[in-house]
Every structure is written in structure tokens, then in C-alpha cells.
Design a protein around this ligand. Structure first.
Ligand code: SF4
Length: 423
């Protein structure tokens, strides 16, 4: 191989596709972080008691803080007469809107039961929009486990919003994916210091700041699971900026460089703005890389963040991925990441027993997995990292790179400490 051959990483690696028993969350869980981001939105799940319990347990203590989500529970009589279910649902919504006048966006979220009985939430949303628009916008999307896995709930939610965004002919940049406010502010500050104006975020914190979109819109994703949202924006004429995702120093730099290039920012300006935070990120990551270097990594499918995170852990922390699983692999979005990921085994979908057999044979030093697998694997002597924390914790961009590495080094450090204490 000549030295100037471009790296292809895992671009041509065959992917093991499995279909079988799965251990994943459904898309309803997205509501937990989406309702925190959209401060005047309410998420009304139309589902069963199972859905309500899922939300309660996933939200933990948040349920005591008058959260902006709830479940309209389908009763047996609703299943018998669909017409009544529509009337009942509209009545619930009216009651909710009169009690909570602060609500500006209402999401009717479909679940397995509502999908199975074919409850047409789009019709309800249309009728409610006619009655309450434009001061309240009513959307609908599905977060059911039959159709969506975990973070796909955010994708379905954002994709549902795109057709309703106002049209513009102005040039603007749209940053897509729900980021914690503090991270969004950091991102905006970096872009502004490069001289990029007219930046908007989807989702916005409030309905009144909703971005506009048109043929002169360029957009960039901050999360790898937003394939449907990307398609919806492209259908509105917007153009996607292709880049790796902003995890770690390298991912953030490549992401910002892609934006800078698309927006015609001079290289010197780009370097001047990024030099100091890059150095800070590298230093912060290095502190954790000591623990992570040379350790093998196995990732069960969960959030679609697995490939970008494995790339970060391998390239910036020196870990050795032995299997990287993802619930879905959208090649179109993932190519820049696959090109950077060192050769490893890739799997898409899941047959959990087969995957556990491979895991047992490989005996990785660190396993990233969902809550349902973490404790049993810990009990079997494996160090695990709960994947759910990766979507609840601020992990994007330079200032969070150290914390991101820390999420993975902590389980290994804790194990070493406990081992030391036992000796
Ligand atoms: S939407 Fe489906 S998978 Fe999710 S909690 Fe409800 S019944 Fe369970």
C-alpha cells in the first residue's frame, strides 16, 4: 500500500446483519430529553399502561417536577370503538390545553397499541390544528417499539416538524439534533466566531424560534440517528453538509471544518477559532486515555451512536473495538465515520443470544450496552457502560470531550479500585 492511499477504515467491511430477539428501548424514550429541550412543548403519548410505566421509569425523579409529557391511556372500550377513541382523545387534549396555557407545541405520540389498532393520530392532529392554530401547533409521530428503536423517536419527532417549518429564500445554516442548551451555546459561539451568521437549531428551545428552511438552507446533523429528518429537509430543498459527528476533538474539528468549508470561512480564521479549544479537548481526553489505551471494546446496539463513539474511543483513546453493533446502519450518513473507524467487526440489528455468545468468547475489557444487559454482564465479571447515559449527558463538541472519555474510563477505574480494596 502506498503511503498516500486514503484511509478507508471500515468503509468496505462486510456487515453482519441479524434479526432476532432484541434488547432495546422503544422510541418513546426520546421524549425524556426532547421535552427538556423544547420548553413550550408537551408530549402526549397515546398508549397503554406499559407505555406510561416505561416513561415513568425512564424519567426517574423527573416525574415529580410537573413534566411536560403524559400518557392518554387506551382503555378496553377505546379498542372496541375507534370513533369513541378519537372523541375521547380530543377531549383529553382540550382539557390539557385549557389547564396548561404555556403549551405552544403539542406532540401526539403513537405507541404500539395505537399503531396496532390503527388509531389515526394525523387526523386528530389536523382537527386540533384547525381549532388551536396558530398559537398551538399540533404534530404527530410514532414512537412505537414496532417501528422505532430508542433515539429514532427523536428522528421521528423532528421529521414530523419539518413540513411545518416556514419557507425562506435566505441563506442560513441549520444545526440539527437536540443538544443540551449549554452545548448548543458553545456550538453557536464557535460558528459565530468564524463569522457564520444566520444559524438556527432544530429543534429550537421555543416554538417562536423555529428555524426557516428553503433551497438556500444548508444543514448539518449533530446526531447519527436523524436519517428521516435529513430526508425531510432535503425534500424541502435544503442541502446536507457531510461530516463525521462532533464527538471528541477530531470529530468536532472535522465537523466544524466541513461547516467552515461550506460557508467559505478562511482557513486561518478556522485555525484561530479552534486552536485553543482543540488543545483543551486533547488534554482532557488524554487524562482518561491512560486508562482506556489498549483495552478491548464491545458495543451492543442501542442508539446508533455506536460507530461514531467507537471511532472516538479507538482513535483518540487508543481502545481496540472488537465488535461494534448498531440497531441501524444508514450508510449515507455514516460513510465519513466508517472511513475513520479502524478495522473491526460491524453488526446491524440483533439476535441477542448469538451476540451474547460472541461477547462471551471475546471477553472484552469494556462492554457498552443497555440497562437490561448491564447488570447481568457485570455479575458475570464484565465491566459495562450503560449506553443510555450517552444520550442524557452532554457529550458533543470540544468542552465535553474529556467528560465523554470519562464516561468510558470510569467503569474501568471503579473496577480497579474495587479490586484494590478487596486485596
Ligand atoms: S410503545 Fe410499545 S414498546 Fe414502547 S412502551 Fe409502549 S407498548 Fe412498550
Amino acid at each position: 500500500m502506498s503511503l498516500d492511499t486514503p484511509p478507508t477504515g471500515c468503509l468496505h467491511t462486510p456487515v453482519l446483519r441479524e434479526r432476532g430477539q432484541r434488547e432495546v428501548f422503544c422510541g418513546l424514550t426520546g421524549i425524556i430529553w426532547l421535552h427538556r429541550k423544547m420548553q413550550d412543548a408537551f408530549f402526549l403519548v397515546v398508549g397503554s399502561r406499559t407505555c406510561a410505566h416505561l416513561l415513568q421509569s425512564a424519567a426517574g425523579v423527573m416525574i415529580f417536577a410537573e413534566p411536560r409529557f403524559g400518557t392518554a391511556i387506551l382503555e378496553e372500550k377505546d379498542l372496541a370503538g375507534l370513533a369513541d377513541a378519537h372523541v375521547e382523545l380530543e377531549r383529553e387534549v382540550e382539557r390539557l390545553l385549557s389547564r396548561r396555557p404555556d403549551i405552544r407545541q403539542l406532540f401526539l405520540v403513537g405507541s404500539c397499541p395505537s399503531e396496532v389498532i390503527k388509531l389515526d393520530l394525523s387526523r386528530t392532529a389536523e382537527r386540533l390544528n384547525a381549532r388551536h392554530g396558530p398559537s398551538v401547533r399540533v404534530y404527530n409521530y410514532s414512537g412505537s417499539g414496532i417501528e422505532t428503536t430508542f433515539t429514532q423517536g427523536e428522528d421521528a419527532c423532528l421529521a414530523a416538524m419539518v413540513p411545518g417549518l416556514a419557507e425562506t429564500q435566505d441563506e442560513n445554516l441549520l444545526v440539527v439534533g437536540a443538544l443540551p442548551d449549554v452545548v448548543e451555546d458553545q456550538c453557536l459561539s464557535l460558528l459565530t466566531r468564524m463569522g457564520i451568521r444566520n444559524v438556527a437549531f432544530l429543534p429550537s428551545r421555543r416554538a417562536s424560534d423555529a428555524p426557516k428552511v428553503g433551497e438556500n438552507t444548508r444543514f448539518i446533523l449533530t446526531q447519527p440517528f436523524l436519517a428521516d429528518t435529513a430526508h425531510a429537509l432535503e425534500r424541502r430543498g435544503a442541502q446536507r453538509i457531510v461530516a463525521p459527528f462532533p464527538f471528541g476533538e477530531e470529530g468536532t474539528t472535522d465537523w466544524l471544518r466541513a461547516v467552515a468549508k461550506a460557508q467559505g470561512v478562511m482557513l486561518e480564521t478556522f485555525d484561530a477559532v479552534t486552536a485553543a479549544p482543540r488543545a483543551r479537548a486533547r488534554k482532557a481526553v488524554a487524562a482518561h486515555a491512560e486508562t482506556l489505551r489498549g483495552k478491548t471494546l464491545f458495543m451492543f446496539p442501542d442508539s446508533q451512536l455506536e460507530i461514531p463513539l467507537a471511532r472516538f474511543l479507538a482513535r483518540e483513546c487508543g481502545m481496540l473495538p472488537v465488535e461494534v453493533g448498531t440497531p441501524y446502519l444508514h450508510r449515507g450518513l455514516m460513510e465519513p465515520e466508517l472511513a475513520l473507524l479502524p478495522q473491526t467487526m460491524l453488526s446491524e440489528g440483533q439476535d441477542v443470544d448469538l451476540q451474547l455468545d460472541r461477547h462471551a468468547a471475546l471477553k472484552p475489557d469494556l462492554t457498552v450496552c443497555g440497562l437490561g444487559l448491564a447488570n447481568p454482564l457485570e455479575a458475570a465479571g464484565h465491566a459495562t457502560k450503560w449506553a443510555i447515559e450517552l444520550v442524557f449527558t452532554p457529550v458533543h463538541f470540544y468542552e465535553q470531550a474529556g467528560d465523554l472519555a470519562g464516561l468510558f474510563s470510569r467503569p474501568l477505574r471503579r473496577r480497579a479500585l474495587l479490586r484494590g480494596a478487596a486485596e
